[in-house]
Design a protein around this ligand. Structure first.
Ligand SMILES: Nc1ncnc2c1ncn2[C@@H]1O[C@H](COP(=O)(O)OP(=O)(O)O)[C@@H](O)[C@H]1O
Ligand SMILES: [Mg+2]
Length: 348
């Protein structure tokens, strides 16, 4: 199935509900065919942003939304050619799978033969052919999710909008569907805005991620940029786990409780900060005699493919260090830690 896709531009889109500003004016550009993920904690304004793009909410005066060259700010949802999938799916319980997928085509009075062909194609694409004539309540959660997606795609939208489509599913199924979703979005090549509070989903699906908090954009970037070069603490703490290393900067070293760590070679980034951050997987255990920092094991968490160590005494805060392999260390064991070169991040 080949879909037309269109770039989207939001210019100074703010939103106020009954006197309360829930979204600060935001600017956003989404490329044709791009998957943009809105990531942030509950209540930060993701759904509101998505609903403005859909045409279900109007931005405050002054805000503008364009699909390609077309200003759609005043265009109602039914004229925007968007497909939407909600967390709740909102399927019609009294219709069959086929009835649900074809619903929008019926409303649009698409000729019956064309509609049947398109529904058949979507049934095959979503591996639902064998379930075509079943009522919705006989389907599993994952199948319902695929029906909702097929229904959104049936009308050949130029934009696909997904609001936490996997959140209602259990963890195992969510993992499977996430990678299916990834394959599907690449195949379709449709401009997609995907809302989630789940960073793993954001990382896997997003060409770019918009990290939001409290009605504001904190950072826009590729998954790698967001993870390795977080713009500030809010982003660093929301995406992945990060350690804080506070101390005193002197002669290219940061001296802290358990030793000293060489600072990043990029001096401009290091500036005069007295505090740096690093990811648990960017540190490793080393011989205490030659390690950068010394501390002792406070606790260990076995996570299967890796073990997360909590190490006290090395820095003002306990440090988390991830190690691979069959490591077993008792509480109180003295350890040395070194940090990968240039893994330290300075954050405002
Ligand atoms: N229709 C509404 N009326 C009043 N407040 C709303 C409405 N919709 C959303 N809000 C508020 O706007 C804020 C952002 O909500 P929302 O966009 O749903 O966040 P998210 O999807 O990131 O969880 C929340 O504080 C929410 O309570
Ligand atoms: Mg929401």
């Amino acid at each position: 199935m080949k879909l037309a896709s269109v770039p989207i531009t939001l210019t100074q889109c703010a939103k106020t509900f009954r006197g309360t500003r829930v979204l600060e004016p935001l600017d956003l550009q989404i490329g044709a065919g791009e998957t943009l993920v809105l990531l942030g904690p509950s209540g930060c304004g993701k759904t509101t942003t998505l609903r403005m793009i859909a045409g279900l909410e109007t931005p405050d005066a002054g805000g503008r939304i364009a699909f390609g060259d077309e200003d759609v700010t005043a265009l109602p949802i039914e004229k925007r050619q968007v497909g939407m999938v909600f967390q709740s799916y909102a399927l019609f319980p009294n219709l069959t799978v086929r009835g649900n997928i074809g619903y929008g085509l019926k409303i649009k009075r698409v000729p019956a033969e064309t509609a049947r062909q398109r529904v058949d194609e979507l049934l095959a694409m979503m591996r639902l052919t064998a379930h075509a004539d079943k009522p919705i309540d006989q389907l599993s959660g994952g199948q319902r999710q695929r029906v909702a997606l097929a229904r959104a795609l049936a009308v050949q939208p130029r934009v696909l909008l997904l609001d936490e489509p996997l959140t209602a599913l259990d963890a195992r199924l969510r993992d499977t569907l996430r990678s299916e979703m990834n394959t599907l979005l690449r195949e379709l090549g449709i401009t997609t805005v995907y809302v989630t509070h789940d960073q793993a989903e954001a990382m896997e699906l997003g060409d770019r991620i918009v990290v939001m908090s409290a009605g504001r954009i904190e950072q826009i970037g590729s998954p790698r940029e967001i993870y390795y070069r977080p713009a500030n603490r809010t982003v660093a703490q929301f995406v992945g786990t990060i350690n804080r290393l506070a101390g005193e900067q002197r002669d290219g070293m940061l001296t802290t409780a358990g030793g000293a760590v060489p600072l990043p070679s990029n001096r401009a980034r290091a500036s005069a900060a007295q505090e740096f951050f690093f990811r648990p997987e960017d540190a490793y255990l080393a011989d205490p005699a030659s390690a950068q920092l010394r501390g002792s094991i406070e606790s260990t968490a076995f996570l299967g493919e890796r073990t997360r160590l909590t190490i006290g005494g090395a820095a003002p805060d306990p440090l988390l260090v991830d190690v691979a392999g069959r490591v077993e260390l008792a509480r109180g064991t003295p350890v040395g830690i070194s940090i990968e070169r240039d893994a330290l991040i300075a954050l405002s």
